[in-house]
Design a protein around this ligand. Sequence first.
Ligand SMILES: [Zn+2]
Length: 57
Amino acid sequence: MSGSNSNHNPHNLPTKPCVECGRAITWRKKWQRDWDSVKFCSEACRKRSKSRETGRK
Ligand SMILES: [Zn+2]
């Protein structure tokens, strides 16, 4: 019971940083099938990233 766990995660769920703003995204059940493809913490970040990419490719 020493605080050697540096994870700020009350439920022990996986997290990863949002590719747009860098905030931690916490795993959600609705993402259980495509957690790998989750890249944004919110719709706002998804749109921001998309609008930045628009016109390329
Ligand atoms: Zn974000």
